[in-house]
Write a protein that binds this ligand. Sequence first.
Ligand SMILES: [Zn+2]
Ligand SMILES: [Zn+2]
Length: 333
Amino acid sequence: MRTLRLDGQGQARVAEAPEPVPASGEVRIRTRMSALCGSELSTYRGSGLETGNSGHEAMGVVEALGPGVTRVQVGQRVGVSAVAGCGRADCDACRRGQSTWCPRRRGYGSMHAEAFLAAETACLPVPEDLPDAEAVLVTGDGLGVPYHTSLKLDADTDTVAVFGLGPVGLGSVLLQSYLGRRVIAVDLQTRRLELAAGLGAAECVEAARHDPVEAINRLTEGRGVDAAVEAAGVPATVHQCFRVVRNGGLVLFNGEQPRVELSPSEDFIRRDVRAVGSWFYHVGEFPAMLRLWREGLPVGRLITDVLAFDQAPDALALFAAGETGKVLLQYGD
Ligand SMILES: [Zn+2]
Ligand SMILES: [Zn+2]
């Protein structure tokens, strides 16, 4: 089969590799669609990978079962979570569907390939009427991260600022707007602000030209936002998030980043501000994500580009330029 290789320093190529063989509890899936994620860019731009690739959002058709697999059948169309819980009946986290909190959780990758492996516990059955392109988002972190993040917002949240409009930030713009909240989108790139406006952002702040703290202060008449989502992954926007939330407001961390200095007194105590982290999503959240799609959440609007797998190196270069939404790779016809 063919797979994507990341050679480092922004170099990628499609190469031959042996078909992966599913171990106990695993299945092999013939890929129909995979999606590029912002978290892959540091590997792509940096030292690359000796083996496999960083792809971790994909869907396709199950074609081989490892020993002991009972939950999935050959021929089934599935999407996958890249983080798999152990699925054991005596695991508290897995019993509650909280796969990323499983102490024996495992990560899977190498999904930019004509076939890939997944744990049976991470396979999410795709209904017939959900198209491949949307299925990869509804079963993966494309919708999963914005959904998991959304669960942490207070029910009475009216105004949300989203800092950083990569695919994760854009997903929050789409979901929060769909839920009827006023979204203020912040990014350096004009193109990504245009995408955010198209996904329902009420206001867009071009951080290259305007101080986001001043702009949001003005837009909220000095009150501040109920919640600020940090999806840029840089210390400067962390500080901005704390400065734009109202007293008693919530800062939400999505973006992985280095250490940041915060002041308990200034940032938290004297303004009753709260901050929480949000990582990935749980397989137990899939039914609710699917329901949102069924009810009309236009998740496909996050996709700006679909390229054939042959053109994966071009797709990565396009995505790395920072002006797209979700970029998908299509396999077969
Ligand atoms: Zn991802
Ligand atoms: Zn478990």
